[in-house]
Design a protein around this ligand. Sequence first.
Ligand code: P6P
Length: 338
Amino acid sequence: ERDYALDRDCKTLSRHVLEQLHSFSPDAQDLSALMNRIGLAGKLIARRLSRAGLMEGVLGFTGDVNVQGESVKKMDIYANEVFISVFKQSGLVCRLASEEMEDPYYIPENCPVGRYTLLYDPIDGSSNVDININVGSIFSIRQQEGDDSDETARDLLQNGHKQIAAGYILYGPSTMLVYSIGRGVHAFTLDPSLGEFILSNENIQTPTHGPVYSVNEGNFWQWEEPLRDYIRYVHRHEGYTARYGGAMVGDFHRILFQGGVFLYPGTVKKPEGKLRLLYESAPMAFLIEQAGGRASTGTQDILDVVPDKLHARTPLVIGSTEDVTLVESFIQDRARER
Ligand code: P6P
């Protein structure tokens, strides 16, 4: 059969980044090295996940609760430490901010020389790990601004336009790494026999409309009325189909390629919703806009939102331009009528 690795002259992740920047400047070298480390983290996590059922200490809970008030899975801790370890050795990253850690983790030997901050959700959708359904890692890279000598990381509380790179790793039937450094969205597939991520989709563009709406309808009665009206609309109209996997990375990946809309709305009790801005919604918003789609809170572009704290949450409506705009029209029109 055709060997894509050779067809695409084995274009690896690090080489692709350098080509993206048409330069071998220090910044380009840094970004290429950073993406390489992300790839290494992805390989280490994919390897452990692929053997989860065969090894002690991989599945199940640690018994702890994280800063989000969620039960911590053993895989959450392992993946969190993988990112810390591979970036410690990189020399480029001074701080890591993770869903699993209350405060950013500082790597003193890399500060202040290390000019970058990694924000990440090490295992997104970890409730899927024990049932062998896809999960993901989400990452966002920002330049550190100021010396942050008091380690309050206030410079992270800026909008998503400050991201210089973002993406995710999808641990599915194959392991894929999807990233953007602001020059389009590109997907790589891990060839385990080579131990390399090989380019598989370049300059991905999400369709302007798609049939999929992806939302947890179990929350229907907790939503505001305008959102219920949107769900009633897609129920009534031909051409829509529901898909929801319980792990945003997989649901987002489907929409990136096939179009449609993913929603995690606020509820009456939690108007800010569940997903965190800095390391879930903002990186995905960066990607979808690079792919010609949109990401909104329902009333504001995600990339314009300025968080008040590291683990700030926002409602999220993300995907094809026409579908996101339709959801906003329900939320905003109804809001005006109220
Ligand atoms: P619910 C996983 O915990 C996550 O953060 C996202 O990956 C996923 O889309 C969402 O929460 C699922 O939440 O409330 O539908 O189970």
